[in-house]
Design a protein. Structure first.
Length: 282
């Protein structure tokens, strides 16, 4: 599949997940996990307007402020993703109107909302896009105060949560605070999981056999190094390669069967860029 098409499809998937979490689990209970959706949930309640309309207007205002104060510091993907989530919620409002929460347990609603939304956000962020929201506000704050962007996002989300607590009560405010904390943790965990590969160093008696399997069967490259064993004093060829977790299991099985006396060191590689991996220029 074309890389650009795959990236766009993943962004659409992430946007659907965020929209589903917001519409089915957050909006009916007035809970938020910050961002533009959190602002929209509060304003939608106060103005008695559909969530999708308010979210669309909120995003437009945030992007306008962004252009005014920081210029075009966010890509087309971010603009389209943010507006796309508003559009998906608009469709859901028309097709599946809700009269209230779909389940009675607020904690369960929050947990489901955070998991679905955070995974969706992680997928979007992993494609070098975002859903805007408090990212824009944090960049504006950073420009005028120098505050770190991550701390700026947290500050904005905490202010939104404060307003949620004032408007909807302490209980919902505390649930929302819990949601913000969980959301950040799950996003980081998911992004790490999406990008983690295996960095493998192999000391083997038959480097040609292992190298050929890596190149011809797994379709990966490798680096070959000459090393001298401290104990034996013998010179050997050491292989260093990077594989996906699936390919690592195949390589490990091959070595177990064909070169069982090999010595392996396996480490997690949090991000890999280059030929046949992610483009570092994306």
């Amino acid at each position: 599949m074309n890389a650009k098409l795959k990236s766009n499809l993943l962004i659409v998937l992430g946007a659907f997940m965020v929209a589903i979490a917001v519409y089915f689990f957050l909006t009916p209970t007035n809970m938020t996990i910050g961002g533009a959706t959190g602002i929209a949930i509060v304003l939608s309640y106060l103005l008695h307007l559909p969530m999708s309309y308010v979210l669309f207007a909120t995003n437009i205002i945030l992007f306008a402020l962004g252009f005014l104060f920081i210029g075009n510091k966010f890509g087309v993907k971010t603009v389209l993703t943010s507006l796309g989530i508003s559009f998906i919620i608009f469709i859901l409002e028309k097709v599946i109107p809700l009269d209230g929460p779909i389940i009675d347990d607020m904690l369960l609603q929050m947990i489901i909302a955070v998991i679905v939304s955070a995974v969706g956000m992680a997928i979007i962020l992993n494609q070098y896009a975002s859903i805007g929201g408090t990212d824009i506000l944090s960049k504006i704050i950073n420009k005028f105060t120098g505050l770190d962007l991550g701390k700026g996002v947290l500050l904005c989300d905490l202010v939104i949560t404060l307003f949620v607590g004032i408007v909807f009560g302490l209980e919902i405010g505390l649930y929302s605070l819990l949601g913000i904390i969980m959301n950040g943790l799950i996003i980081d965990f998911t992004i790490d999981g999406l990008n983690t590969s295996k960095n493998i160093i192999i000391n083997t008696e038959d480097p040609e056999l292992v190298k050929n399997y890596i190149v011809k069967e797994l379709n990966h490259s490798a680096n070959l190094y000459k090393a001298v064993g401290a104990y034996t004093g013998e010179e050997r060829t050491v292989i260093m390669t990077v594989c996906s977790r699936r390919d690592y299991l195949l390589l490990k099985r091959f070595i177990q069967k064909n070169a069982p006396n090999s010595f392996l060191v396996v480490m997690n590689a949090s991000e890999v860029y280059g030929f046949r991996w992610r483009n570092i220029l994306d």
